[in-house]
Design a protein around this ligand. Structure first.
Ligand code: ADP
Ligand code: G3P
Length: 494
């Protein structure tokens, strides 16, 4: 009887596949990077064919490395970079344009115009999002307006739209299933998260033909079967969720008030708010954390565009370090008397500022400043940005007890950064044993639907703490540092 689960984690910089056993322990993995295209300043694209070919290759690689025959796999779970927009021809399967990536700012002017025309309140009330180029809706509108023949073809019913999950499902099933899950739909700016349907007013506002949109399903649902020739046998696809939502599931944040924060390229903090879609008064997003049996569970989300990417910049841009881990050694040596603030607004600022045109800055440089102080400021910027999010969340959600932050993602490997985070937040930070929580969440959703995994409450019991970082900094010091950070951000926003 098949009892393994294959999780696909299609991220911004690489495609991963991880094979899990029936106890949800990772058995084997494959990971491959693909090209990033920057055709103009602020534009970011991927080749959909590369998204597909690297994903299919990594699935085969994980199966092979795990010694699994196709018949051993009970279900596939998909998790993906969110918002990234693909439009393809339903007959040929060919994309009409490169994928427009979530980081892409090409629709900033359109968003500003829609905002100026007073549409933001309506968009936020329906979608929980803000009028920002981050989301799919205006990217899809851009394709229809700018790719020759696209609008006519879309109106004739020849073109389909999808986020990356939808595109992968289409390719995996050989063009038989055009579907997404509620968490991905919630990031398009076209989906009414309170009523659970594509919204006619939003489609009209952005001039999008409804026929292009996928069917929206539960996160643990039936998304069809893979073409038999792909992996040697048809494998059912039974779980789908956007990567930050999958990490929320993988971190077992099933109770209202539980929160996770993922530190990869960017940082995304999600706070479970249960059956209530809490409207933010502090410019956070309201989103769907997961949807099971037709019932959405909502979350408040803070999205920071640059977290680990600031470390990549020290490595690849400034060439101050050779590998990410060196930042910790440098930070420990930094001069305690120097106070540098690095605001890594390389692609503007996300939550809670939403300032797409702001760019990065460093404050407080002296003749004695060197790589150690730069490294410390870079790592601390992640803690300060998280504090911005948590301060905003406090305004929207009153917690009964102390909130503990569950963390994951590549950057959590740095003990120094995690301690700085706990110090700056004045709250404990919990790092779990399994830090591949995104893939774990997708595997769990697929396993749940396939009848292999227990109900959420049972699954939550398996969450295991690897290390808790307790805050050690004194309150006055923490406040003084945060005031310095807010001053630095304030100067940029001015
Ligand atoms: N030891 C470390 N210290 C600081 N940053 C790190 C460390 N290891 C990895 N990172 C950062 O984590 C990021 C990679 O994390 P990952 O979760 O794989 O990201 P993504 O899924 O967005 O590609 C990179 O930006 C890298 O700079
Ligand atoms: O691919 P990641 O891990 O950088 O995540 C990207 C987010 O889903 C964007 O919203």
């Amino acid at each position: 009887m098949p009892d393994r689960i294959l999780a696909i984690d299609q991220g911004t910089t690489s495609s991963r596949a991880i094979l899990f056993d029936s106890a949800l322990k990772p058995v084997a993995a494959g990971q491959q990077e693909f090209r990033q295209f920057f055709p103009h300043s602020g534009w970011v694209e991927h080749d959909p064919e590369e998204i597909w070919s690297t994903t299919a290759a990594m699935c085969r690689s994980a199966l092979e490395r795990g010694g699994a025959a196709p018949g051993d796999v009970a279900a596939i779970g998909i998790t993906n970079q969110r918002e990234t927009t693909i439009v393809w021809n339903r007959k040929t399967g060919r994309a009409v344009h490169n994928a427009i990536v979530w980081q892409d700012r090409r629709t900033a002017a359109l968003c500003a115009r829609l905002k100026g025309d007073g549409h933001e309140a309506m968009v936020t009330a329906k979608t929980g999002l803000l009028l920002d180029p981050y989301f799919s809706g205006t990217k899809l509108g851009w394709v229809l307006e700018n790719v020759e023949g696209a609008r006519a073809a879309a109106e004739a019913g020849e073109l389909l739209f999808g986020t990356v999950d939808t595109y992968l499902i289409w390719r995996l099933t050989g063009g038989r299933v055009h579907a997404t899950d509620a968490t991905n739909a919630a990031r398009t700016m076209l989906y009414n998260i309170r009523e659970g349907r594509w919204d006619d007013d939003l489609l009209k506002l952005l001039n999008i033909p409804a026929g292009m949109l996928p069917e929206v399903k539960d996160s643990a649902g039936d998304f069809g079967e893979t073409r038999p020739d792909l992996f040697g046998r048809a494998i059912p696809i039974r779980g789908v969720a956007g990567d930050q939502q999958a990490a929320t599931v993988g971190q077992a944040c099933f109770m209202p008030g539980m929160m996770k924060s993922t530190y990869g390229t960017g940082c995304f903090a999600l706070l479970n708010t249960g059956a209530e879609a809490v409207a933010s008064s502090n410019r956070l997003l309201t989103t769907i954390a997961y949807q099971l049996d037709g019932e959405p569970t909502y979350a408040l989300e803070g999205s920071i565009f640059i977290a680990g990417a600031v470390v990549q910049w020290l490595r690849d841009g400034l060439k101050m370090i050779r590998e990410a881990g060196e930042t910790q050694t440098l930070a420990m040596r930094a001069d305690p008397d120097q106070r540098l603030y690095m605001v890594p607004a390389f692609t503007g600022l996300g939550a809670p500022w939403w300032a797409p045109d702001v760019r990065g800055a460093i404050f407080g440089i002296t003749r004695n400043t060197g790589p150690a102080e730069f490294a410390r400021a870079a790592l601390e910027s992640v803690a300060f940005q998280t504090q911005d999010l948590l301060e905003a969340m406090k305004g929207d959600w009153s917690a009964d007890g102390d909130t503990v932050l569950r963390v994951d993602g590549g950057m959590t490997a740095s003990d120094w950064t995690m301690q700085a985070l706990a110090d700056q937040l004045g709250a404990p930070v919990d790092r779990p044993v399994v830090t591949e929580t995104t893939a774990l969440g997708a595997a769990y959703l697929a396993g749940l639907r396939a009848g292999l995994c227990p109900a959420p409450e049972e699954f939550a019991k398996d969450w295991a703490l690897e290390r808790r970082f307790e805050p050690q900094m004194d309150v006055a010091e923490r406040a003084a540092r945060y005031a310095g950070w807010r001053d630095a951000v304030g100067r940029l926003l001015d």
